[in-house]
Structure formats: C-alpha cells, structure tokens
Design a binder for this molecule. Structure first.
Ligand SMILES: CC(C)(COP(=O)(O)OP(=O)(O)OC[C@H]1O[C@@H](n2cnc3c(N)ncnc32)[C@H](O)[C@@H]1OP(=O)(O)O)[C@@H](O)C(=O)NCCC(=O)NCCS
Length: 219
C-alpha cells in the first residue's frame, strides 16, 4: 500500500471543511490544514485542522498536493483567480473523491477536482480541473463539464449537457438534455433549465429565465 500524500486546502470556509472531511476518509490523503487569506483565521483551527496562513503557504510545502476550496455563489470566480495567482503546475493539484461517490470506469477528472459523497457520474466523460461536485450531483452520458465549474448539491444534468468554464449551478438545478450553460453563467437553486443559458448571465426559476446580467461577467 502506498503512503498517504499530504494535502493542503486553500480556503477555510464551508466547502474547504467539507473537502477536508471527504479527504479524511480517503486512504490516499493526509490533510495538513487550511490556507486562507483572512488573517483572522491564521493560527486558529477548524474541525481539528489548523489554518496555516495565506494561500501562498502552499509554496512552503512542495510535497503537498493542493485543492482550491473557495467559491460561494457570491464569488464563484475565486478558484480561477487563485489558480492564476498561485501559478502552480497541474501536477501539484490533488483530486478528492469521496468513497461514496459512484464514478463510472473511464471517467477522467481534472486536477484539483472534488467529488463529495453521493455524486454520481454514470458513463465515461472528462470532468474539468478545479471542478466542485457537491453531494448527490448526477452527471449522465456525454456531459461535458469545464474547468472551474461549481455544481451545488443535487444538481442533475441530462445527457449531452455542456457546462462551460467557470459556470455555477445552484442546489437542485435540473438541466434538460443537450443544452449548454455558458461560461461564468449562474443558474439559481431549484431551477429547471429548458434553454441554453448564455455566458455570464444569471438565470433562475422553473422554467429558468434571465434574472440579471452579472457584474464582471465579460471578464
Ligand atoms: C439566483 C441567486 C444567485 C439570486 O440571488 P440574489 O442576486 O441575491 O437575488 P435576490 O435574492 O435578491 O432575488 C432577486 C429576484 O430573483 C428571485 N430569485 C432568486 N433566486 C431564485 C431562484 N433560485 N429561483 C427563482 N427565483 C429566484 C427572487 O425571488 C427575486 O425576485 P423578485 O425580484 O421578483 O422579488 C440565488 O437566489 C441563488 O439561487 N443562489 C444559489 C444558492 C445555492 O445554490 N447555494 C448552494 C451552495 S451553498
């Protein structure tokens, strides 16, 4: 049996703690702690793990794998910004797959991607890098999930759905087969998506409709 590899989580909020809990039940990982830019968190502990300092602490631990664990609905571009700032090669990033996720043979997960408990990927496909897949998300045949996408709990994609880079799908959103969710778009919780969502737009409801243009969406 190979030794567990040390893992550092960037961020110390809710998703970081969830990732720590998932990694704690994966024999391949030993979680060292959190790196968070909020100085108020430095030197404190969450769930028994220390907050070691700002994100740049990752450079002091060259043997550790890294997972970027930020990205609330209010700032879901933060993982992409952190990746650019830290400029680590892809091989520095770990993937965390909770043992209770069901992943079809042949699925390829990008560097830094996290699957929490109950996530299901039903057939071979590539899921991008730094993707957050929260509990009970269902990805089906021929889906394409781009880098830095966030899929909140119980999102379900029909077959052949494309979710472009950096999009955020809120909890319980359902997407009809064959549709595209554009880059950096946000789909509200509980939405039923029956049409393509253009890049950078915020859609919600059943059926989902545009709510408003998101500031900075063209960035
Ligand atoms: C879509 C969303 C981002 C909008 O947030 P917001 O910008 O703060 O918008 P507001 O709450 O001010 O609502 C604006 C309008 O949209 C409506 N609305 C907001 N979210 C909605 C949703 N999910 N479905 C339908 N309508 C929604 C509100 O009722 C309101 O309508 P009104 O103007 O007629 O009163 C947010 O509601 C959402 O769904 N976030 C995702 C949350 C989530 O999934 N979290 C899981 C991870 S922890």
């Amino acid at each position: 049996m190979t030794a567990a590899r040390p893992l550092l989580l960037v961020g110390a909020g809710g998703f970081a703690r969830e990732t720590a809990a998932a990694a704690a039940v994966c024999p391949e990982w030993t979680v060292l702690g959190f790196c968070d830019d909020d100085p108020a968190r430095h030197g404190t502990a969450a769930d028994g793990l220390p907050a070691l300092g700002p994100a740049e602490v990752v450079h002091d631990h060259p043997d550790a794998a890294i997972v970027l664990c930020t990205g609330s609905p209010r700032n879901f571009a933060s993982r992409a910004a952190l990746a650019a700032r830290l400029a680590l090669p892809p091989e520095r990033y770990g993937t965390v797959v909770h043992p209770a996720a069901a992943v079809a043979p042949g699925v390829v997960l990008g560097a830094g991607t996290v699957l929490l408990a109950g996530a299901v990927i039903t057939s071979p496909q590539r899921v991008g890098a730094h993707v957050v897949v929260m509990p009970q998300v269902v990805l089906t045949h021929d889906d394409e999930v781009g880098d830095f996408v966030t899929l909140a709990s119980q999102v379900a994609l029909g077959g052949g759905v494309v979710v472009e880079q950096g999009a955020y799908l809120g909890a319980g959103a359902l997407v009809r087969e064959g549709l595209t969710i554009g880059a950096r778009a946000l789909v509200g919780m509980g939405s039923v998506v029956l049409a393509d969502v253009p890049a950078g737009e915020v859609w919600a409801g059943s059926p989902a409709r545009p709510l408003k243009a998101r500031a900075g969406a063209s960035a």
